[in-house]
Design a protein around this ligand. Structure first.
Ligand code: ZN
Length: 278
């Protein structure tokens, strides 16, 4: 019976789910597409204590919490709840397995595929800054109303594909690529707070937006960054422009989503269909 709540997925689940879920007779409701690499939303009594795989998570004043399924996760995520009346409940949720494609990308600047030794220190430092920013556990729940696509464009890269860059096998592609001309506006897909904005060697013009409770989105290869650390952004606000900076063969936006360090597919949290290419 509880299954119904999480197979009823799709683009609209975030926008329409909240009220119905809280009124449900089930005390614990989990919603999302429930696939590998997707964000799941939980609803419980705000006075409850919730642990995901043994780790306590923050609940919003409305009792909302978030967690993510890893891109290659085959084991269930365990949700343990201790209710305010002292009773306990455990549920496990196993993500649907996805098939990822293999994508060969040629023509990348060779110094971004096999970076010269003198920039390795810089790449490590920049990865460390992103790691720290993604560890933040901010109280808001700006992720709750779903995400708009941040830019129009041709979807030139999908989440989870095995990348072979200039013939070199790389880590899987953890984001969605939107190819569009340099200068195309990038808009915040939901409210949030900028937790990092900087020019990076591999990422190029990089911005990270924190949407609360460990949920963040990031924007890579920008030609222009229009927001800085600490800025509060609103859904639809222009935050930058598409470019070809860092490891890129052409102008595009690499759009990524995380729950802390768990890499997620932002297309699975989109509340509307993708806009047409320009
Ligand atoms: Zn990409």
């Amino acid at each position: 019976m509880r299954r119904r709540a999480f197979v009823a997925s799709g683009f609209a689940f975030l926008a329409t789910g909240a009220c119905a879920a809280v009124r449900s007779k089930d005390r614990l409701v989990i919603k999302g597409t429930m696939e590998q690499g997707s964000l799941a939303l939980g609803y419980a009594d705000p006075k409850a204590t919730v642990k995901i795989d043994g780790q306590a998570v923050r609940l919003s004043p409305e009792g909302v919490f978030a967690f993510g399924f890893a891109f290659d996760q085959t084991k269930p995520s365990l949700v343990d709840v201790i209710w305010s009346d002292g009773t306990a409940e455990s549920q496990s949720y196993t993500p649907t397995v996805r098939q990822y494609e293999i994508q060969r990308v040629n023509g990348l600047p060779q110094n971004t595929v096999t970076p010269p030794p003198e920039v390795l220190e810089r790449i490590k430092r920049e990865a460390g800054e992103i790691y720290v920013a993604r560890q933040r556990d901010m109280p808001g729940s700006d992720f709750l109303s779903g995400f708009d696509w941040p830019a129009p464009g041709i979807e030139s890269g999908v989440f989870g594909s095995q990348r072979i860059d200039n013939g070199v096998p790389m880590a899987p592609h953890f984001g969605v690529d939107m190819a569009a001309p340099t200068g195309t506006p990038i808009r915040a897909p939901a409210d949030g707070t900028v937790s990092l904005s900087a020019d990076h060697y591999l990422n190029g013009g990089f911005t990270l937006i924190d949407h609360g409770q460990g949920v963040s989105t990031s924007y890579l290869h920008q030609s222009k960054r229009l927001v800085k650390d600490g800025d509060v952004v609103k859904r639809g606000q222009k935050i930058g422009e598409i470019g070809q900076t860092g490891r890129a063969t052409g102008p595009h936006l690499h759009w990524a989503m995380n729950w802390f360090e768990v890499k997620l597919d932002p297309s699975r949290s989109a509340r509307k269909a993708k806009p047409d290419p320009l």
